[in-house]
Design a binder for this molecule. Structure first.
Ligand SMILES: NC(=O)c1ccc[n+]([C@@H]2O[C@H](COP(=O)([O-])OP(=O)(O)OC[C@H]3O[C@@H](n4cnc5c(N)ncnc54)[C@H](O)[C@@H]3O)[C@@H](O)[C@H]2O)c1
Length: 356
């Protein structure tokens, strides 16, 4: 399997290692030669023990074009769509775009959607890796088994201080130095932690709650000079079947809480990403009220290993790309919510009339 990965940053390293673990050939392309050197000399050896000399590196002017089975785009969100359009024209079997799909209101997204619908050669998926974690498969299984009967509501939170991101990028002084400090580039809590929005719509669909139809969003906007991002985003949804649920994403919470909860008539299912020191936790109870807990051991590279195993299943025809939790359409739906939220978040909140 021949893989091209665009972007030698944090996610580029994760995806490269996951593809090498599958035994796939990888070439990595980055517009910044310093990023390629940092990958080879610092990030990859520090994370995975040693540099792997089978990995080839290129700047875009020298990068090979065409003939790839898989192309993955791990650039910042605001440049992703322009790169994605170019990569789609190379006709890989799979084009994987990182999350969030792009910056809100990116005109190239519209162009990409047209180009994507016109072609048949490439299946497009998006890197919302938590939706294909082993622990999430277990949640899906429990929903299908009906252990909690009708599900009434779904809550998802991805609350994580972004200190961790800056520790992984010591060459950045803070959000001002990267897309993270600019919501218009796809940064801030609503874009960066959009795993929660993605999981909510996935779990709502599996639970029979339907598709999100209405949203009210409260965004805590931080503005200092050019820098402008949301540090906290709270979304309430109503679905096309009239069910209500909630998503919270932030970049201020310590310790991290990445959590989902489904409340059924007969019990609940709860998912805690890294809820145990050695992995994810799924906790649930049915009609008898007895709480059961299962741990799914993993380390961070295993998240991306699951993703590459999933890609292999799509390539082998075991999973239909449009039915995959990673389907392009699911990430497009997240962008619809993000654009709606940024357009309307001030209207969505009603002044509380104080009782005096
Ligand atoms: N799925 C996940 O769990 C996960 C984890 C980390 C990051 N991400 C996502 O991946 C994206 C990138 O994040 P990151 O932390 O790796 O960023 P990063 O800044 O570390 O890396 C991005 C790299 O892309 C390169 N780049 C920019 N424009 C380019 C172009 N036109 N052609 C080639 N290279 C180009 C930059 O030089 C940089 O090295 C973000 O959208 C982020 O949300 C996803």
């Amino acid at each position: 399997m021949q893989v091209k990965i665009i972007g030698a940053g944090s996610i580029g390293n994760h995806l490269t290692q996951a593809c090498r673990r599958m035994g796939w050939s990888v070439c990595v392309v980055d517009a910044d030669p310093k990023a390629l050197l940092r990958m080879k000399n610092e990030i990859y050896p520090a994370r995975y023990g040693a540099w792997d000399s089978a990995i080839k590196q290129y700047t875009p002017d020298t990068a090979p074009r065409g003939g790839f089975d898989i192309i993955m785009v791990g650039t910042p969100p605001h440049v992703r769509m322009a790169v994605a359009l170019e990569m789609l024209s190379e006709k890989p079997k799979i084009l994987q775009l990182e999350k969030p799909l792009c910056a809100p209101f990116d005109k190239n997204l519209r162009k990409f959607v047209v180009a994507y619908k016109k072609q048949k050669a490439t299946k497009v998926i998006v890197g919302y890796d938590h939706s294909v974690a082993r622990s999430m498969h277990r949640v899906a299984e429990l929903i299908a088994e009906g252990i909690v009967k009708d599900i009434q509501t779904v809550d998802v939170e991805f609350r994580e201080h972004w200190d961790g991101i800056f520790k992984a990028h010591p060459w950045l002084k803070g959000p001002q130095d990267t897309y993270l400090g600019y919501w218009r580039k796809g940064g801030g809590a609503s874009g960066e932690n959009s795993h929660a929005l993605h999981l909510w719509q996935y779990l709502a669909r599996l639970s029979g709650l339907g598709r999100w139809k209405k949203v009210s969003a409260a965004l805590k906007v931080e503005k200092k000079g050019e820098v402008e991002y949301d540090s906290l985003a709270a979304f309430s949804f109503e679905t096309d079947s009239g069910k209500v649920g909630r998503v919270i994403q932030d970049v201020v919470t310590k310790p991290t809480r990445k959590w989902a909860r489904l409340q059924g008539v007969d019990g609940f299912i709860e998912w805690l990403c890294n809820g145990a020191p050695n992995g994810d936790v799924v906790r649930y109870a049915g009609a008898d009220g007895a709480v059961k807990e299962e741990i799914f051991e993993k380390k961070r590279p295993d998240d991306f290993h699951q993703e590459t195993l999933h890609i292999q299943d799509i390539l082998n025809g075991k999973i239909y790309a449009k039915d995959s939790p990673l389907a392009f359409e699911s990430a497009l739906a997240v962008m619809s919510v993000l654009e709606t939220a940024w357009k309307n978040h001030k209207k969505g909140l009603v002044l509380i009339k104080q009782i005096k």
